[in-house]
Design a protein around this ligand. Structure first.
Ligand code: BTN
Length: 323
């Protein structure tokens, strides 16, 4: 897939409000011919932007686009984190992992669109242009990998709290180990990846995707029940506000997690736990565990009551189905 050049970005800004602009108006603004405009408009579809062209009226985006304002977002983050913003990238997790570490403080990678967004268990994460929230935080953690148990659960708690800050009655829940749900439909996910030494300084990369406003067409490859915030929140805020709110909560949570581990968030997690008390089927490697979920331990393990006793399951490459 191609990159978005400066002229493409300008074109998106000109069309962002969803109003028609004639080919000649766009051509003039960009200093290129009407034929060249047509080609550029075609290319935008590669990034998941749907465009309409009507004879005599010109072009418009099928839906207005709400771009992130990186200056305003950095102003909100202040000196708590350094922001790297891109229009398009393969994956913000890949970007965060690629930089030379260890880092001295949190780095935040935000993008409008991912061309190879990663989900858990090798899946793709649908990341159409300016539709959702896609970001990663690279953060230094001392104490090695062992200190990271339950991190994805603590991240889930922080994101859930941020969403309820925007809309307190929102019935958001967490499906162990990494799904954010609203009324049983997935609205977001967390993907944690690690960079660093086994026992020494570890940099953790926390990738978060939250569905903001996605069309059925953009979500056509999602093979599970999903929803987006535009359908669920009383008032859908601009994506910059959404990003600022979620990132603020996470940047507040991370130092606490570093110091105390997941135990400091266990009670909060319990309140959001979507599977507690439910019959579950957990596939972990070649093992299948069937039983009733009975909560999580202080290290983030899921407890499953089976006829052979209580089993403890750790995150990573596991899949969990509620039966
Ligand atoms: C999942 O539920 O499978 C986890 C999804 C995580 C998606 C986010 S989007 C930002 C970050 N960059 C990626 O490539 N993936 C994560």
């Amino acid at each position: 897939m191609s990159v978005l050049k400066e002229a493409d970005q300008q074109l998106i800004r000109l069309l962002a409000d969803g109003q028609f602009r004639s080919g000649s108006e766009l051509g003039e603004a960009l200093g290129i011919s009407r034929a060249a405009i047509w080609k550029r408009v075609q290319r935008l579809e590669e990034f998941g932007l749907a465009l309409e062209s009507v004879k005599g009226k010109g072009y418009r985006l099928a839906q207005p686009v709400d771009l992130i304002d990186p200056l305003s977002l950095q102003a909100t983050l202040g000196d708590r984190a350094q922001l790297h913003y891109q229009w398009v990238t393969e994956s913000t997790n890949a970007d965060a992992l690629a930089i030379e570490g260890p880092v001295s403080g949190p780095l935040v990678f935000v993008t409008e669109c991912q061309t190879a967004g990663r989900g858990r268990r090798g899946r793709q994460w649908q990341s159409p242009f300016a539709a959702n929230l896609y970001f990663s935080i690279r953060f230094p953690v001392s104490g090695g990998f062992a200190a990271l148990g339950g991190l994805s659960l603590a991240v889930g708690v922080a994101v859930a709290q941020a969403l309820q800050e925007l809309d307190p009655p929102l019935s958001v829940t967490l499906k162990w180990p990494n799904d954010l749900q609203i009324n049983g439909a997935k609205v977001g996910g967390v993907l944690i990846e690690l960079a660093g030494e086994m026992d020494g300084q570890v940099d953790v990369v926390i990738g978060v995707g939250v569905n903001g406003r996605m069309t059925g067409h953009q979500a056509r490859d999602i093979d599970q029940a999903w929803t987006d915030l535009a359908s669920e929140l009383a008032d859908m805020p601009p994506r910059t506000t959404l990003a600022a709110c979620v990132l603020s909560r996470l940047l507040e949570m991370l130092p606490h997690f570093s110091q105390h581990g997941f135990v400091a968030f266990q009670n909060d997690f319990d309140r959001y736990d979507a599977v507690r008390g439910k019959l579950v089927q957990v596939q972990s490697g070649d093992q299948m565990i069937l039983g009733r979920a009975v909560g999580v331990l202080a290290d983030g393990a899921l407890r499953v009551e089976t006829p052979d006793g209580v089993r403890e399951v750790y995150g990573g490459e596991v899949s969990l189905r509620v039966r």
